[in-house]
Design a protein around this ligand. Structure first.
Ligand code: FAD
Length: 302
C-alpha cells in the first residue's frame, strides 16, 4: 500500500526532525508532517545548541531537513494533520490532513510542540525580538540592560526574577495587577528590584524593540527588553482523542522513553510536558522516542 508507513511523525521541530533522522537511518518508512507553526519562528537567533549557537531558526530547520531527506525511506510533507483515527481490526492508524488525504501507519510520534498565551496580547509584537521567555536562550544578549519581567503568577515571577537578576540587576518586575506577598516584595526591594503590581496599560516601542511600559496610572517606565511568563498549551487534542493518559498538571504520562499509555502512540519534545524546553532537549527527546519506536517494530517483526 503506497500510503502505508512504519511511522508517521507529526511535527518537524527539533523533536520530530531528530526522530525522523533516526528512523530513516533505521530503514523505517517514515512520513513527517510539518505546517511551519514552530513557536520559535518569531525569533532572530537560537542559542545554546552546541555547534549551532546563534543560528537562525529557519537555517537550523533547513540543515536538519537536508540531512533527513538524504535517507530514501523518509518523506517530508508540508501538510497540517487534522485528525487521527484508529483502525482497531487492522491495528493501524489513519492520519487525515488538511489536503483531504489519508495516510496509514503502524506507529505515530506526536512532536507538535506547544504554543503560548500571553497575559497582555500586545506582548506578541515584541516576543522573540526584545521580550523572551527563556533566560538561558536569550539572557546573554540582554545582559546588563534595563529589563522588565512580566509575570502574573507569583511562583513564576519569583523563580524568573532570581534567575534573570544574574544577567541584569537593572530589573523591574511587573505583575499586571496581581498581588505579591509582602515578604517577597521586601526581598526583591533589598536587591533593588522594583515590583509594580499595577495593571499594564500599554507597551511602547518600534519594530518589536521595547522602549517603555505604560502603567494604568499613566506612569511610563523605560525598559529596553525583558522576559515574560506566558501560559503554554498543546495546539491540538490528538493525544487526548486517542485516549493517551495525561497527569493532573497536563503532562503526558509516558514510560520515560516516549511511549504513551496507548500502544503505538509516542510523544516527544515540548508536546510531552506541555511546557517550554529547548532545541537540544527536544532533539534528544525525539532521538529517544525514535529508538523506542524502532525497538518496538523490531520486536514485533523479528
Ligand atoms: C522566542 C523564542 C526563542 C527561543 N529561543 C531558543 C534558543 O535560543 N535556544 C533554544 O534551545 N530554544 C529556544 N526556544 C525554544 C525552542 O524553540 C523549543 O524548545 C523547541 O523548538 C521545541 O521543539 P519541539 O520539536 O518540541 O517543538 P517545535 O519546535 O515547536 O515544533 C513543533 C512542530 O510541529 C508542527 N505542527 C504542530 N501541529 C501540527 C499539525 N497539526 N500538523 C503538522 N505539523 C504540526 C509545527 O509546525 C512545528 O514545526 C525559543 C522559543 C521561542 C518561542
Amino acid at each position: 500500500m503506497e500510503n502505508l508507513y512504519d511511522c508517521i511523525v507529526i511535527g518537524g521541530g527539533p523533536a520530530g526532525l531528530s526522530a525522523t533522522l533516526l528512523l530513516g537511518r533505521s530503514r523505517r518508512k517514515v512520513a513527517m508532517f510539518d505546517n511551519g507553526t514552530n513557536r520559535n519562528r518569531v525569533t532572530q537567533e537560537s542559542h545554546g545548541f552546541l555547534t549551532r549557537d546563534g543560528i537562525k531558526p529557519q537555517e537550523f530547520k533547513n540543515i536538519a531537513i537536508d540531512e533527513v531527506k538524504s535517507y530514501p525511506s523518509v518523506s517530508i510533507l508540508d501538510e497540517t494533520v487534522i485528525g487521527i483515527n484508529k483502525d482497531v481490526q487492522k491495528n493501524l492508524f489513519l492520519v487525515n490532513t488538511s489536503n483531504n488525504k489519508t495516510y496509514i501507519t503502524e506507529k505515530i510520534l506526536l512532536a507538535t510542540g506547544i504554543q503560548e498565551e500571553f497575559p497582555i496580547s500586545q506582548i506578541r509584537q515584541y516576543y522573540g525580538k526584545s521580550l523572551f521567555n527563556c533566560p538561558y536562550c536569550d539572557g546573554w544578549e540582554l545582559r546588563d540592560t534595563p529589563l522588565a519581567l512580566i509575570a502574573e503568577n507569583p511562583e513564576h515571577l519569583i523563580h524568573m526574577a532570581k534567575l534573570i537578576f544574574n544577567w541584569s540587576n537593572d530589573l523591574i518586575a511587573f505583575t499586571n495587577g496581581h498581588q505579591l506577598p509582602e515578604n517577597i516584595r521586601d526581598s526583591f526591594e533589598s536587591k533593588k528590584i522594583r515590583v509594580s503590581t499595577e495593571v499594564i496599560k500599554q507597551l511602547h516601542g518600534e519594530n518589536g524593540m521595547l522602549e517603555s511600559i505604560e502603567l494604568e496610572s499613566g506612569e511610563i517606565i523605560k525598559r529596553t527588553g525583558g522576559f515574560v511568563a506566558p501560559s503554554f498549551y498543546r495546539p491540538n487534542k490528538f493525544a487526548e482523542q486517542l485516549n493517551c493518559e495525561v497527569d493532573d498538571i497536563g503532562k503526558m504520562i509516558t514510560d520515560g522513553d516516549g511511549r504513551t499509555t496507548v500502544n503505538g502512540i509516542y510523544i516527544a519534545g515540548e508536546a510531552e510536558k506541555a511546557g517550554p524546553s529547548s532545541l537540544i532537549l527536544a532533539a534528544a527527546d525525539g532521538f529517544r522516542a525514535a529508538a523506542s519506536i524502532n525497538m518496538d517494530i523490531t520486536l514485533e517483526r523479528f
